[in-house]
Design a protein around this ligand. Structure first.
Ligand code: ZN
Length: 405
């Protein structure tokens, strides 16, 4: 079982530590979205330097390129990407069900690769096998997204997700017990006594993770709670997921913050408190992080902070600004004076404005460093405030300034 220590609790809200084979995650924690085994525009060293604790990659994107087997051959996601820290994979369900000509039946989903048009199929079993080969510490069960917000569609998708969860759990256990996926494949070249390791002085400046290379590398499964905007369906789904032999829970299919507090209250009151919970795809707005933590979520991931950064939309404590706006042309102040990221410590708004206006690649790098740092540190401060008993004050002070008109 995945080890999760609760350090402090206040209602549903909690702070804790998830112990993964690749290191600890202090929660609440914002997990970096490394869809294709990279956080867009950032190196893994930059991710470490800005304080990121964990990354989440996407199974759908990785099976298309470079392929799950290649990542296994490379020694698993952490070795392949040189992240060497805790890793998650999403099941790929969300991306597959968003494709234009996907065909879904009880067995799984048939779809075409958006890269070369190859006809592919993903089932609960093949998603589990792909995630084992990719080798992240924490895997998500393969779930079905509803076709619409319509109640019947939501209910159908939820029930199928539950049936698929049973198949995911069975396949996950089979892979764990039979050792069908060779653990040898997840060992680094150094541990196998092959080429000398480059990691001692590698890109993240850390030594080889020997403790990971030599012991049996356990992998863990989260069930995904569905049910959309219907609290009774959410409750039913949470009960079903809670009854299963899984290591934690993903809360999926949340697209709007409206009503998220009630939904999370329903779900997290049912889920067992001794297992961690991941809120899938939420964290674009700082308020999502506060609500998520307040109502009992431990980890979050979202592609929006770095996507917005690439478009010049940057977080500050006074709300988001677009650095391409003409008023920043000769603004020689730091992007966010209170921020100690590489971007804010060294560059000013006029310089960032210039880089964006001239479409320099560095614009996207610096902006991504800042936005990712902002959400990571905001979540870290939420954790500190939970531990220190000052969450309510911190939330009020942060949100009243950020969302001030
Ligand atoms: Zn900054």
């Amino acid at each position: 079982m995945l080890k999760f220590d609760l350090e402090k609790k206040n209602g549903l809200m909690r702070a804790g530590v998830i112990h993964t084979p690749h290191g600890d995650i202090k929660t609440p924690c914002f997990v970096g979205a490394a869809t294709r085994a990279t956080v867009k525009a950032l190196t893994m060293r930059q991710m470490r330097d800005l304080g990121s604790q964990a990354i989440l990659a996407n199974t759908y994107h990785l099976i298309l390129a470079p392929g799950a087997d290649l990542i296994k051959e490379a020694g698993g996601l952490a070795e392949f990407s040189s992240w060497h820290g805790p890793t998650f994979t999403d099941s790929g369900g969300f991306q597959i069900f968003s494709l234009p000509d996907v065909k879904i039946d009880e067995n799984g989903a048939k779809f075409k690769s958006h890269i070369n048009g190859d006809k592919l199929e993903m089932t609960p079993e093949s998603s589990m096998r792909a995630q084992w080969a990719i080798g992240a510490d924490i895997h998500m069960a393969f779930d079905q997204l509803a076709k619409s917000e319509n109640r019947q569609d939501m209910e159908d998708a939820m029930h199928r997700t539950h049936r698929w969860l049973d198949r995911c759990v069975a396949e996950h256990q089979r892979l764990r017990d039979d050792g069908d996926v060779s653990f040898e494949g997840f060992r680094s070249a150094a541990a196998r006594g092959e080429a000398p390791s480059a990691h001692g002085d590698g890109p993240d400046g850390r030594g080889p993770r020997k403790e990971c290379c030599h012991h049996h590398m356990e992998q863990y499964l989260y069930a995904v709670v569905q049910g959309g905007t219907f609290n009774d369906l959410r409750a039913e789904s949470a009960k079903y997921c809670a009854s299963k032999d899984v290591d934690g829970f993903g809360i999926g299919g949340v697209f709007v913050a409206d009503g998220m507090d009630e939904m999370l209250k329903t779900v997290n009151s049912i889920l067992p408190e001794e297992k961690p919970r991941h809120l899938l795809g939420m964290g674009q707005e700082p308020i999502d992080l506060f609500i998520g933590a307040e109502y009992g979520c431990d980890t979050f991931d979202c592609v929006a902070p770095t996507r917005m950064a690439r478009n010049g939309s940057l977080y500050t404590l006074d709300g988001r600004i677009n650095i391409k706006n003409a008023k920043f042309r000769n603004d020689f102040t730091p992007l966010m004076p209170e921020c100690d990221c590489e971007c804010c410590k060294n560059y000013n708004r006029a310089y960032l404005h210039h880089l964006f206006k001239t479409d320099e690649i560095t614009a996207k790098v610096l902006a991504s460093i800042h936005n990712e740092h902002f959400v990571v540190k905001t979540t870290d401060k939420i954790r500190e405030s939970i531990l220190g008993g000052t969450f309510a004050e911190y939330k009020k002070q942060f949100l009243s300034r950020y969302y001030k008109k």
